[in-house]
Structures are given as C-alpha cells and as structure tokens.
Design a binder for this molecule. Sequence first.
Ligand SMILES: C[S@@+](CC[C@H](N)C(=O)[O-])C[C@H]1O[C@@H](n2cnc3c(N)ncnc32)[C@H](O)[C@@H]1O
Length: 238
Amino acid sequence: MPRHLSPEEAEELKPGSDNYRAYVGPPRRFGLLTLSQMSLLAALGLEESDYVLDFGCGSLRLGRSLIPFLREGRYFGVDPNLWLIDDGFKYETGEDLKTLKSPQFSGSDAFDCTVFDREFDFIMAQSIITHAGADNTRKLIESAGRAMRRDGILMLSYLKGEAGTPLPEEPWTYPFNVPYPESWLQQTCTDAGLIWHELDWHHAGATWAAVVRDERRLPLDDHKLGYRGVAAPRWRAG
Ligand SMILES: C[S@@+](CC[C@H](N)C(=O)[O-])C[C@H]1O[C@@H](n2cnc3c(N)ncnc32)[C@H](O)[C@@H]1O
C-alpha cells in the first residue's frame, strides 16, 4: 500500500493501516480529533506562549494546528513511530514549519514525559492509555506529574470499564482498545500526588479526563465551557 493517499482514499482504510491518517485511528475522525484536542486546549486556557507536550503525537493530528499557533520552541512531541511525524510534516503542514517554529521530537518508547528535561503547561495524551497496559499507563501518569509545572495539566482520553474490569497487562494493544476501572486511574493519580478529574467534553469514542498537581488548576464548571466559548479562569502558580 502506498504510504500516501488522498484524504478521501485514506478514509476507506481500517484504523491501524500503514498510512499516516489511518494509523492513528479511524481515518474519518482525523479532522474531528484535531478540532476536539485544539478546542479542549483552548477551553482550558491555552496561550501561545505555553509549553505543550503532545505525548504519542503520531502524524501531527493535533500538531498540524498547534505548532503554527504556539510560539517558536514551545511544541514537543514524543512518538516511537517517527515515520508518522515525517509524513505529518510532508503531507499536512510542509517542512518550513520545522524552521519557523522549531518543534522538538523524541522517539522514546518508555512512556516517559520527562525525556525533554523541562516542565510543561499542558500535556496531551489523546488515544494513548486506550491502548496501553497498566504498567505503561502508570509510568505515563507518574512521569507526567514530574514533567508538569505546578499549575500544569495533563489531558487524556480513556475507556471507562465496569467496576471489576481486569487491568490490561499487554504493554501496547493498538489497534485494540483497553478499558480501565476509573477507581484504578484515580488511585494511581493519588499515589503519584496528582488529582484525577473526569471532563465533560465530547469525545467520539472515549472519555476525557484532566490530571493536575494542584486542585486550583481544575476547570471550573467545565460542562458549560464549550457552550459559552470561553476559556476556564486559569489559576497560575506564583
Ligand atoms: C491512536 S494513536 C494516537 C495519536 C495521536 N495522539 C492522535 O490523537 O492523533 C497512538 C499513538 O501512540 C504512539 N505510540 C505507540 N507506542 C508509544 C509509546 N511507547 N510512547 C509514545 N507513543 C506511542 C503510536 O505511534 C501512535 O502514534
């Protein structure tokens, strides 16, 4: 299969196919997931001077909008499948964006948010723990806590399992989805000194949650944000 197809041709592919739009999920949702992530970041108070880690950034489904928005040197992406990043630049943004905004990338597969040795205002992990085993999910949450500013926030999508759902053991299950008991996610955050907060924000196939170090960073009345088109009042550490 040729790696590059038109967006229309790619829509016919199965999720996980060897194409930059299909590899990262159902290709018909490629545009929706760009907007869903960007609008959630906007609602949570994103500013162009923020430092953002796009964990499992894939083919720049978020990056194609976020990198141009942020100031130079503010976007960081982690993904072991570096071909996805290459194709994102090649077919979505153009290579000039690399020179213009100096985004940085790591091919680490260690579920480690500290690889850039810096703190972030936002960490996005869209469609990551929906495919990760419990050990890797714990590593992601714990390292996000260390890589987050005191007023930082981690956003992740997850599949809510029934109480008693067994924890996924396989390290990486993509393209198959794995549910988690919410109580385990909450407890994992608590153990890492973090706070778990389910978000009332639309996701086509999962549920959004925010994880913070300080409860003052939690969105207030988040279910109203999308309707009013305003960003949440954003607490900032002094
Ligand atoms: C379902 S895709 C989601 C991609 C992106 N977050 C988005 O919303 O378009 C899952 C991504 O996780 C990446 N991935 C796989 N193993 C990983 C690891 N150990 N660390 C970080 N990302 C990983 C895959 O290459 C793929 O890009």
